[in-house]
Design a protein around this ligand. Structure first.
Ligand code: AMP
Length: 172
């Protein structure tokens, strides 16, 4: 990955969509963390990124902000999917997407994981969500059933990819 641009000191230096910048002001983030300064520009440009940073350094916002910035609210398909190794992380990441997108009208994010009724997840998928955050097993179940269609997907995030590989999802 390239070094951060020294000129970037606030989120307004990026070409992030206005509703997201307003949310960041409200949440109180002032300065992008190093992983955010490095990952946001290439993700805004639609490039693939492999990010590596310790826990708690702002990785979630590093991918969520630029990807949310590129959402098309007229598009009814699932546009962003994030896979996480655990249901706890799926819930946490879905909450983060919701927090950053709180000023985007009509925004819906759905966490999907095992041990939860299919019916509620299917109902919400039918109603339409822009972002799905899920664990690999349950996501693949929905794909096989045809209840999760990914033909309109624009971005895929493998959060804690090393952990998912360790759990045995290499083939998938
Ligand atoms: P994460 O590494 O994504 O789990 O984020 C760790 C914590 O840092 C979370 O509580 C975030 O809300 C917070 N955070 C992320 N980015 C920033 C930032 N630029 N400024 C202040 N706090 C942040």
């Amino acid at each position: 990955m390239t070094e951060p641009t020294p000129a970037i000191t606030t989120f307004r230096d990026f070409n992030i969509a206005e509703p997201l910048l307003t949310a960041l002001d409200e949440i109180g983030y002032e300065t992008p963390s190093p992983i955010q300064a490095q990952a946001i520009p290439p993700l805004l440009a639609g490039l693939d990124v492999l990010g590596h940073a310790p826990t708690g350094t702002g990785k979630t916002a590093a991918f969520a902000l630029p990807l949310l910035s590129r959402l098309d609210m007229q598009d009814k398909n699932v546009q962003i999917m994030t896979l996480t190794p655990t249901r706890e992380l799926a819930i946490q990441v879905a909450e983060a997407y919701q927090r950053y997108a709180k000023n985007i009208q009509g925004f819906h994010v759905l966490p999907i994981y095992g041990g939860q009724e299919y019916s509620g997840q299917i109902r919400q998928l039918k109603r339409g969500v822009q972002v799905v955050v899920g664990t690999p097993g349950r996501v693949m179940d929905h794909m096989r059933k045809g209840t999760l269609k990914l033909n309109g997907l624009r971005a895929l995030v493998l959060d804690e990819a090393d952990e998912m590989l360790r759990m045995g999802f290499i083939e998938e």
